[in-house]
Design a protein around this ligand. Structure first.
Ligand code: FES
Length: 117
């Protein structure tokens, strides 16, 4: 039986690489945030304590290198918030509540950090 959250081609595909290296694939609507897609897919490593209001940094993800340039640039405040993440900040670090899903990033791969606290 088809799983609409994975099989609907009209949705944006997102691949979550978990800390144990398993990859969970999901599909979500354009216009929602990557954080919201993670919550809908039951990705426990995304906490999103503030609900997307850019005040917690518990929605930290590592965007795979080939996808970084396809995202909108991070804002100055997100950049500042990334200095306070529980897991180390890396080249691909972003706050997933600030990444808006769109067709141009369908297939994106993000890694969930080992901890958000
Ligand atoms: S959900 Fe709190 S900063 Fe992203």
């Amino acid at each position: 039986m088809p799983n609409p959250s994975v099989d609907d081609p009209s949705k944006v595909a997102v691949n979550f690489r978990l800390p144990d290296a398993r990859v969970v694939q999901a599909r979500a609507s354009s216009g929602i945030s990557l954080m919201e897609a993670a919550m809908a897919a039951g990705i426990h490593g995304i906490v999103a304590e503030c609900g997307g209001s850019l005040s917690c940094a518990t929605c930290h993800v590592y965007v795979d290198p080939e996808w970084i340039d396809r995202l909108e640039e991070k804002g100055a405040f997100e950049d500042e918030m990334l200095e306070g993440t529980a897991s180390p900040r890396e080249e691909g670090s972003r706050l997933s509540c600030q990444i808006e899903l769109s067709e141009k990033i369908s297939g994106i791969i993000v890694t969930i950090p080992p901890t958000q606290y």
